[in-house]
Design a protein around this ligand. Structure first.
Ligand SMILES: Cc1ncc(COP(=O)(O)O)c(C=O)c1O
Length: 397
C-alpha cells in the first residue's frame, strides 16, 4: 500500500464518516471522460459499468455539459407552483416517442415505481373498485423503499426491515402458465422488468409478456413495465417494451434518462392518468429544470435510429470478444440484451473479479455473487471496448 496515495487517504475518511451500507472500490475517481475514469493517483480505468446503466452517453459528454450549464445560468429550481420549459419539453419528447400521453417526473427509479403503484391504486379506487393486490416476480428488483423491497424478492434487501407491504404475490418470471392463477379481479397492477438486470440480465420471453398483457386486460389489471434500467436505449430500442408487440399501461424510467443526473419518470395514458388530480401526489424536486434540460439532450441523442442500431452493433462486438472467455471455461453462460451483458463465472466470485479488474484498470458491476454485469455507456467506442476486453483477459485468461 502506497502511504502517499491520495486514494488511500480519502478512502480512509470514507470508512469513518459514511454509513457502511456500501463497500466501494478502494480508489476515488478524480475525473472522467467518455468511458475512461482517472483516480486521485492518476491511474486510468476503462468503464464497463456505466454507473450501473446510468451514464448512457459516458462521462462529460459536451452536449450534456452544455445543456446543464445553459440551464444553470437561468434558474435551478422553481417548485411545483410554477412549471418550467425543460420539464414540459421533456414530457413532450417522451409522449411523442412512446405509448404515453401523461408523464410524472421525479428523481429516481424508486420514486418512479412508487408513483406507478399509487397511480394504479388510485385509478381503480376512482372507479369505485378497491383492489388491494399487486403482483411482481421472483428475482425482480424495483428499488429500495419499503414498497419496492416488498415488490422485489431479495432476502438481503428485506431482512430486518419488516413488516413489508402486504398483498403482494410473487410469480415465476417467464412462466406464462402461472399467470391465470396469479392475477385476479382483485389485482390492481402487475409490475415486471423486460430484462431482470439485477438478477443477471434475464430477458422476458415474447410469450410471457404477451400472455401477461392478455391476462391483465382480461382482469382489468394495469400492466406496469419497470424500465428503470432497460429504458433509454439500453436494449437497443428506446424502451424495452417496444421489442414486444404490446402496449403497457404504465412505464417507469430513470437511470439512463438523465445520463448521470438524478431523474425519474412515470409514463401513462391520459385515461389512467386523469385520476391523479391536483394534490394526489407530488415531489419537491421532481421536474427539476436542470435535470430535465439534461434528460432532453440525452433523448435528443439516444432517440435516433442510427444511434440505437449502433448499440446493437456494439453488443455484437462485445459478444464476439466474450465468446473466447466461454470457450476457455471462464464463463458458463453469457446473456445479453443490447449493451447489457451478464456473464456467469464458473469458479470465481464476482466480487473477487471486480477487485482484480480494478487493479488491472477496468470497472464493471456484478449481479449476484457469480455474474459479471456490463452496462457501459451506449456510445462507448470500439477502441474502448477492445481495451477493456484486453484488461479483462489479463484478469481472467
Ligand atoms: C429495474 C429497476 N427498478 C428500479 C430501480 C431503482 O432505481 P433507483 O436506484 O434510481 O431508485 C432499479 C435500480 O437499479 C432498477 O434496476
Amino acid at each position: 500500500m502506497n502511504k502517499n496515495s491520495k486514494n488511500n487517504e480519502l478512502r480512509g475518511i470514507y470508512d469513518n464518516v459514511m454509513l457502511p451500507n456500501y463497500s466501494p472500490a478502494n480508489f476515488i475517481p478524480k475525473e472522467a471522460k467518455g468511458s475512461r475514469i482517472w483516480d486521485l493517483d492518476n491511474k486510468e480505468y476503462i468503464d464497463f459499468g456505466g454507473g450501473i446503466a446510468v451514464n448512457s452517453l459516458g462521462h462529460s459528454h459536451p452536449s450534456l455539459i452544455k445543456a446543464l450549464s445553459d440551464q444553470s445560468q437561468k434558474f435551478w429550481h422553481l417548485s411545483n407552483y410554477l412549471s418550467n420549459e425543460p420539464a414540459i419539453n421533456l414530457a413532450k419528447q417522451i409522449t411523442d416517442s412512446t405509448f404515453a400521453e401523461n408523464v410524472f417526473l421525479s428523481n429516481s427509479g424508486t420514486e418512479a415505481n412508487e408513483a406507478a403503484i399509487k397511480i394504479a391504486r388510485k385509478y381503480h379506487s376512482s372507479k369505485g373498485d378497491q383492489r388491494s393486490e399487486l403482483v411482481s416476480f421472483k428475482n425482480s428488483f424495483h428499488g429500495r423503499s419499503l414498497l419496492n423491497i416488498s415488490l422485489g424478492s431479495s432476502e438481503m434487501h428485506r431482512n430486518g426491515f419488516e413488516p413489508l407491504m402486504p398483498g403482494i404475490k410473487h410469480g415465476e418470471f417467464n412462466n406464462e402458465s402461472d399467470l391465470e392463477k396469479l392475477i385476479s379481479n382483485n389485482t390492481a397492477a402487475v409490475i415486471v422488468e423486460p430484462v431482470q438486470g439485477e438478477a443477471g440480465v434475464f430477458k422476458a420471453s415474447n410469450e410471457f409478456i404477451k400472455r401477461l398483457r392478455e391476462e391483465c386486460s382480461k382482469k382489468g389489471t394495469l400492466l406496469i413495465i419497470d424500465e428503470v434500467q432497460s429504458g433509454v436505449g439500453r436494449m437497443g430500442t428506446l424502451y424495452g417494451y417496444m421489442q414486444y408487440d404490446i402496449e403497457p399501461d404504465i412505464v417507469t424510467s430513470a437511470k439512463g434518462l438523465g445520463g448521470g443526473i438524478p431523474i425519474g419518470a412515470t409514463l401513462t395514458t391520459q385515461s389512467i392518468g386523469e385520476c391523479m388530480q391536483p394534490g394526489t401526489h407530488g415531489s419537491t424536486f421532481g421536474g427539476n429544470p436542470m435535470a430535465c434540460a439534461v434528460a432532453n439532450e440525452v433523448l435528443n441523442i439516444v432517440n435516433n435510429k442510427d444511434f440505437l442500431n449502433d448499440v446493437l452493433e456494439k453488443e455484437k462486438l462485445f459478444l464476439s470478444f466474450l465468446a473466447e472467455f466461454q470457450t476457455k471455461g471462464v464463463f458458463s453462460e453469457i446473456r445479453s440484451s443490447g449493451l447489457w451483458i451478464g456473464c456467469d463465472l464458473i469458479d470465481k466470485t464476482s466480487n473477487e473479479v471486480l477487485e482484480q479488474a480494478y487493479d488491472a484498470g477496468l470497472i464493471m458491476v456484478s449481479a449476484g455473487s457469480n455474474c459479471l454485469r456490463l452496462a457501459p455507456a451506449l456510445n462507448i467506442t470500439n477502441e474502448e471496448i477492445e481495451q477493456g476486453i484486453d484488461l479483462l483477459k489479463e484478469v481472467l485468461l
